[in-house]
Ligand binder design. Structure first.
Ligand code: SAH
Length: 365
């Protein structure tokens, strides 16, 4: 008997097969799916539409939840960060970001991360392990239940971003499985069009994703306009350099739907990658590949052990103007949840609520 079968990552079809293996009719599978995904229940005992005897058997053979919530931090700006633990005691973090017209849930694809980007706190954990599809789905269930109550339909749309801890493209199978489960209209019903997955540049997986008809949107973390600098900031660049990465993006571009664009993320590190010359280099790089992408500039979220400061606002503005003047749509991402260590690059299983942040404002290069 295995008590570790996690049903949270199961599709309706898989649940049908599972209940059949217990000698139950197929419709019980559908009931369990609705219980887990639409009613967002995290135990079989709450599924009172199932016979008691079946609930007891399910408890013996499987699990309706595996993550436990360790801490929850609420930011001044309403952002919430959840620090959870897997059954084998590894940290998983999820961020819920309420906005006027929608909510965004930033989920993790791995516990820790094997990539060693020098500006990201998660890198310091190293890779603990990749998450299962069930653990990915559960993060969303937990965040929605906490925000609105168990099973309550969210009043606004829910967007998902695969921008939490980990490199999603090093866990693509579980990720896609989770996204397919979540897209089911009888479940969470969060369709791929509402999902963006971010990669540090695992080129072969970008090409794989391009071939999937039900793929989410894509974002690419660039952080540097030249190989020399990118090698230093994001060592994955030594494996797949900029030319190769942007050629893969060009391939991916062929699969964009009308109105769809992909995004380049560019973390702004004072005096490191934010000069006017680097803005021009970045614009030229993207234009040379004739990429119709947009760029999101992310002010660096500083944290104690990281050797960087965020670029001053004027520098970010200037950088943006240069990109725009060269025809590249550029947005500046407003940091959310910095005070609770929930902002980009800050997920490292911290327990503090008031991190000792060096406040950005007027720190120059
Ligand atoms: N591994 C994936 C998913 C993580 S996404 C990837 O690299 O894309 C996290 C985003 O936050 C990335 O765009 C990353 O460049 C950015 N980021 C990392 N550390 C940051 C920091 N300290 N401040 C601001 N953004 C950061």
């Amino acid at each position: 008997m295995s008590s570790s079968i996690e049903l949270t990552g199961y599709s309706q079809l898989e649940l049908a097969a599972f209940v059949q293996s217990l000698g139950e009719p197929v419709y019980r599978g559908r009931q369990i799916f609705v219980g887990l995904q639409q009613r967002r229940l995290r135990s079989f005992d709450e599924m009172t539409d199932l016979p008691k005897e079946l609930r007891a058997r399910l408890n013996e053979k499987a699990r309706a939840s595996t993550l436990t919530i360790e801490s929850r931090y609420v930011s001044e700006d309403g952002t919430r960060r959840y620090l959870m633990k897997t059954h084998d005691n590894l940290p998983v973090e999820t961020v819920f970001i309420p906005e006027e017209r929608r909510d965004t849930i930033c989920f993790s694809s791995q516990s820790g991360c094997p990539l060693q980007c020098t500006f990201c706190l998660t890198a310091q954990l190293g890779l603990l392990r990749s998450l299962t599809s069930g653990e990915i789905v559960e993060q969303i269930v937990i965040a929605l239940n906490d925000a609105y109550g168990v099973g309550v339909k969210p009043p606004r749309g829910t967007n998902l971003v695969g921008m939490g801890a980990g490199e999603p493209f090093l866990n693509l199978d579980s990720l896609m499985k989770a996204l397919r489960v979540m897209a089911d209209p009888h479940g969470l019903f969060i369709v791929p069009n509402r999902v963006t997955v971010s990669t540090a540049g695992v080129v072969p997986r970008i090409l794989d994703l391009a071939k999937m008809p039900d793929r989410p949107h894509l974002a690419i973390s660039l952080a540097a306009p030249t190989d020399d600098l990118r090698d230093e900031l994001m060592p994955i660049n030594k494996r797949w350099a900029l030319e190769e990465l942007l050629s893969a993006c060009k391939e991916f571009e062929k699969t964009l739907k009308p109105g769809e664009r992909f995004t380049f993320e560019y973390v702004m590190l004072a005096g490191v990658n934010d000069s006017e010359q680097q803005a021009r280099q970045l614009a030229n790089l993207l234009n040379r590949h004739e990429l119709k992408a947009k760029v999101n500039l992310i002010p660096h979220n500083p944290a104690d052990p990281l050797p960087y400061q965020p670029s001053p606002e004027e520098t970010v503005e200037q950088f943006r103007n240069i990109l725009e003047s060269k025809g590249i749509h550029t947005y500046v991402r407003r940091p959310r949840g910095r005070d609770i260590f929930a902002a980009c690059g800050q997920l490292a299983a911290r327990h503090e609520t008031r991190p000792s942040l060096i406040q950005p404002k007027s720190i120059g290069a």
